[in-house]
Ligand binder design. Structure first.
Ligand SMILES: C[S@@+](CC[C@H](N)C(=O)[O-])C[C@H]1O[C@@H](n2cnc3c(N)ncnc32)[C@H](O)[C@@H]1O
Length: 333
């Protein structure tokens, strides 16, 4: 789960203990891409929601980030534990989770208010395309933050770039209210609305072919894999031809995936947290297929391997994310 009631087994490896992380990643041919930089807490992306409150990454501690196409290599124990976790949550309970998905996210925001996800100031840095997207210097960009939560990506973006108009939507009415109440919210610069991306037509709020960049940040993982294509279809309609979806989400074998207790598995790479919210862990192949089937073209699609360090507990935590970019073609041929 997120927050304090999260499954904590097995404990992450202690620093200094043998493990697959750094050496194995080197061994599998990943190259560090100049990312041995000091990072601030807000840089730890999803780490904060996975119970490690003092996470930070730094060069001295051997924290690092690599990008590439290889999946994380598990230790034999980790591989065995995953392979042995075969029993799936009952169909009855799965249906209930699907029916109550919105309620569960809304309750999540009721409990956590706006404090849970760290402001995602890394968005502009990691997704430099947001700025590169401009054809001329002061061009106004229209973005859609799909599944915006309480606006942790949205507001840093609006702050950093004055020449953006942002649409933002979320499943949870409570999250949408928080966005509207934020002091940085202004109807001149953004339009936020409640919607289920798998059901509600975005065209009701956004003109067709009008958006320069769609960001989809840790949202698709919360949606049942059978319905993910509906989200991509929906987004496609509002995206300008030639423009992109910027995607970041959990990758296969991320630390969070290995921590689920047995009894949490819903399907392949798909798990339920204790609070009823669900999480899918993506492979590059799965994501690529999903986007291509809806007519997008792949521009970038790679794993980000990052080892975060919890100084207080002296733990190394191997995180795996998928960072990708898919384009709506200029014209269908
Ligand atoms: C992990 S949060 C990420 C929020 C935000 N993008 C961020 O990075 O801080 C996942 C979000 O997806 C939203 N969500 C889940 N299913 C959805 C759906 N079917 N339609 C729209 N939003 C959905 C949830 O309400 C939640 O706010």
């Amino acid at each position: 789960g997120h927050g304090g009631n999260a499954p904590r087994e097995p404990p992450p490896r202690r620093r200094g203990q043998p493990g697959p992380s750094r050496a194995a990643l080197r061994g599998c041919g990943l190259s560090a891409q100049g990312s041995w930089r000091k990072a601030v807490r807000s840089d730890c992306c999803e780490a904060g929601r996975d119970c490690l409150s003092t996470l930070t990454t730094s060069t001295e501690d051997g924290a690092f980030q690599t990008k590439g196409h290889n999946t994380r290599i598990l230790s034999p124990e980790e591989a065995e534990r995953l392979a042995n976790d075969r029993v799936l949550v009952s169909d009855f309970k799965q249906l209930k989770l699907e029916k109550e998905a919105q309620k569960n996210w809304d309750l999540f925001y009721k409990r956590n208010s706006t404090n849970f996800f760290k402001d995602r100031h890394w968005t502009t840095r990691e997704f430099q395309e947001l700025k590169a997207c401009r054809e001329f210097a002061d061009q106004k960009l229209t973005i859609l933050e799909a599944g915006c939560g309480v606006g942790n990506c949205l507001f840093p973006l609006l702050e950093e770039d004055l020449n953006i108009f942002a649409y933002a939507c979320d499943f949870s009415p409570r999250a949408v209210e928080y966005v509207k109440k934020n002091s940085l919210y202004s109807t001149e610069r953004c339009k936020v609305f409640q919607c289920d991306l798998t059901k509600d037509d975005l065209l009701e709020n956004i003109p067709a072919d009008s958006v320069d960049v769609v960001t989809l940040i840790f949202v698709l993982s919360a949606i049942h894999p059978d319905k993910m294509h509906l989200v991509l279809k929906n987004i496609y309609k509002v995206l300008k031809p030639g423009k992109c979806v910027l995607f970041r989400d959990y990758g296969l074998y991320d630390h969070a995936m290995l921590r689920f207790k047995s009894g949490s598995k819903l399907g392949e790479n798909f798990y339920v947290r204790q609070d009823g919210t669900r999480s899918y862990f993506f492979t590059t192949e799965f994501l690529s297929q999903l986007f291509r089937a809806e007519g997008y073209e792949e521009v970038v699609n790679e794993y980000v391997h990052r080892e975060t360090v919890n100084r207080k507990e002296d733990l190394r935590v191997p995180r795996v994310f998928l960072q990708s970019k898919f384009q709506k073609p200029f014209s269908k041929t």
